[in-house]
Design a binder for this molecule. Structure first.
Ligand code: FEO
Ligand code: CA
Ligand code: CA
Length: 530
């Protein structure tokens, strides 16, 4: 009990009371493997290295610029990873990786000023976002990329992508590409959901006052200076089918906002529920319930009203408040945030990734921080649907873990459950704050495991630290849980001069830093999977 605070213990009882009362383990839980193997936490570090726990090793699978065959290359700033099984092949799979954003400084040779970039330079940047599909094979426990596989594919910022249901958005049936691809999800039918998060950084944003439409410029990449596109074409969840020529569509019914993640679960009645965060301060937490069992092209969108413990429907016809503001559902979806606030959605502290525990069915949501409210270290919230029914319209919510010195983590972002139901978490302290001020003692951004059973149940244990300026993103397990795929995003991102880079990871010496996906393995994972 020493290391588990009383509140955590009581909270955990809520999630695991059945197994504890019976003195047994939930199906698949890791109690035996953990009872004899104490995981000692890794020390904080600020080195320009990917530092791992002594029982965890890594190798690089893909770095920015690596060939995927036929002229295709692995894109910039890797994020969400997702394994898609290949039918009939137990030791092979497809690995989807998001490429969230570019850094013109690295993609276009030291060029920071967006207004000085040519159309060709912007097109190069457009090709480095989106996602990659890589065919991978496990050879004696080590995964390798089959670089010339016919399955390898790129979706990028130039790929024409239709809107779901044949819908038109501002008179167009297709968007030019996908971008800002942050986290995501996997559907029960093995397609990938890739989430368009900070889309306004690329082509700007739009606002509506009644019927008056106002477009504001991008403050970050300014692609609209040479290639203007409608902001309404971005900010959606995009479904990709890696087994069918990477066919893609933008799913309008899931709403338009800074989509962090789209975590899918199958409800008892066969419908699919998708939980989604909106990564902006004082924005909301959403869920979507599909109409049918195998498609997300129709269904209902809801926003969490935490004070009332209720999911509020975002429907222009069914919600009497929204009826007064929106005459059609498509416009409501384009302005999802406005509708959510009108309907009673609760503003949160940057709701980012969300995951559902595979056995207890509890839902965990990272809230990264909210400097407008002096919330510097964020928290992990837990939601429990009534009757553990994902389609329930009522729920209970609580703060499960608070970031800060006591727990040893700050700014939680990506979450992932391993096959035994332990929670893995990466943190996102921005590079301008890392190792400074309120965040000084947390060191570089890190990877943590929180066991859900065994003597260390509930402890937040640091197991890896990223290189300088980087953020560890997209944790994802192989089916057997013995390999953890992880992205190392934006190492060296605060570099200002080509001759004075802040990171040279992974090659060292004077090399340019390379965002990369690594595969981790070792006794730490083997013991957890026992
Ligand atoms: Fe792209 Fe909210 O992280
Ligand atoms: Ca994130
Ligand atoms: Ca996740």
């Amino acid at each position: 009990m020493d290391s588990m605070k009383r509140r955590d213990f009581i909270e955990f009882l809520g999630g695991a009371s059945l197994s504890m009362a019976l003195g047994t383990c939930l199906p698949g839980c890791a109690s035996q493997g953990l009872s004899s193997q104490k995981i000692l936490p890794l020390e904080v570090s600020s080195h320009d290295q990917l530092v791992t726990h002594k029982e965890l090793d890594f190798y690089i699978l893909n770095s920015y610029g690596d060939s995927l065959g036929s002229g295709k290359v692995f894109g910039f700033n890797c994020d969400y990873n997702c394994i898609i099984p290949l039918p009939g092949k137990t030791n092979e799979a497809l690995l989807w990786t998001n490429h969230e954003f570019i850094d013109p400084f690295f993609v276009n040779l030291g060029q920071k000023n967006p207004f000085a970039r040519s159309k060709d330079q912007v097109e190069l940047e457009q090709k480095m976002v989106g996602g990659s599909i890589c065919h991978i094979k496990n050879l004696a426990g080590q995964w390798t990329v089959l670089r010339d596989s016919r399955f390898n594919a790129r979706i990028d910022g130039t790929t024409p992508i239709p809107f779901s249901g044949g819908a038109e958005v501002l008179g167009a049936k297709m968007a030019k590409g996908t971008l800002a691809n942050c986290a995501g999800g996997r559907t029960p039918w093995n397609t990938v959901l890739t989430c368009e998060e900070n889309y306004e950084d690329f082509y700007g944003e739009v606002s509506y006052e009644g019927k008056i439409r106002k477009v504001s410029k991008s403050k970050e990449f300014s692609w609209e200076e040479v290639d203007p596109q409608a902001p309404e074409h971005y900010g959606w969840v995009v479904e990709i089918d890696p087994l069918n020529n990477a066919r893609a569509k933008k799913l309008l019914p899931l709403g338009r906002f800074a989509h962090e993640s789209a975590t899918c679960v199958r409800a008892k009645d066969g419908r699919v529920v998708v939980y989604m965060g909106d990564d902006k301060v004082n924005e909301c937490f959403y869920k979507f319930i599909s109409d049918g069992p195998n498609s997300l092209e129709s269904g209902k969108l809801y926003v969490a009203n935490i004070g009332k413990g209720r999911w509020e429907i975002l429907d222009a016809h069914e919600n009497p408040i929204l009826k007064k503001h929106f005459s059609e559902q498509k416009q409501l979806l384009i302005e999802t945030r406005k509708a959510a606030k009108l309907a009673g959605g609760t503003p949160l502290d940057r709701p980012e990734d969300v995951e559902v525990h595979p056995f207890t069915k509890d839902i965990y949501l990272s809230c990264t921080n909210n400097k407008t409210k002096d919330v510097f270290h964020g928290s992990i919230m837990r939601f429990q649907e009534d009757q553990s029914d994902f389609t329930s319209l009522t729920f209970k919510a609580t703060t499960w873990k608070e970031g800060g010195l006591e727990e040893g983590f700050s700014c939680p972002d990506n979450l992932c459950f391993d096959p035994k139901g332990n929670l893995w978490m990466t943190c996102d302290i921005s590079e301008s704050l890392m190792n400074r001020s309120h965040w000084k003692s947390f060191g570089n951004n890190s990877l943590f495991v929180i066991p859900f059973s065994g003597p260390q149940r509930g402890e937040v244990i640091r197991v890896a630290n990223g290189p300088v300026d980087s953020e560890l993103t997209g944790p994802c397990f192989s089916e057997d849980g013995k390999t953890l795929f992880l992205s190392v995003q934006h190492p060296g991102s605060s570099s200002q001069k080509v001759g004075k880079l802040t990171s040279h990871w992974p090659k060292g010496n004077n090399a340019k830093p390379l965002p990369s996906v690594v595969a981790m393995k070792g006794p730490l994972l083997d013991n957890l999977m026992r």
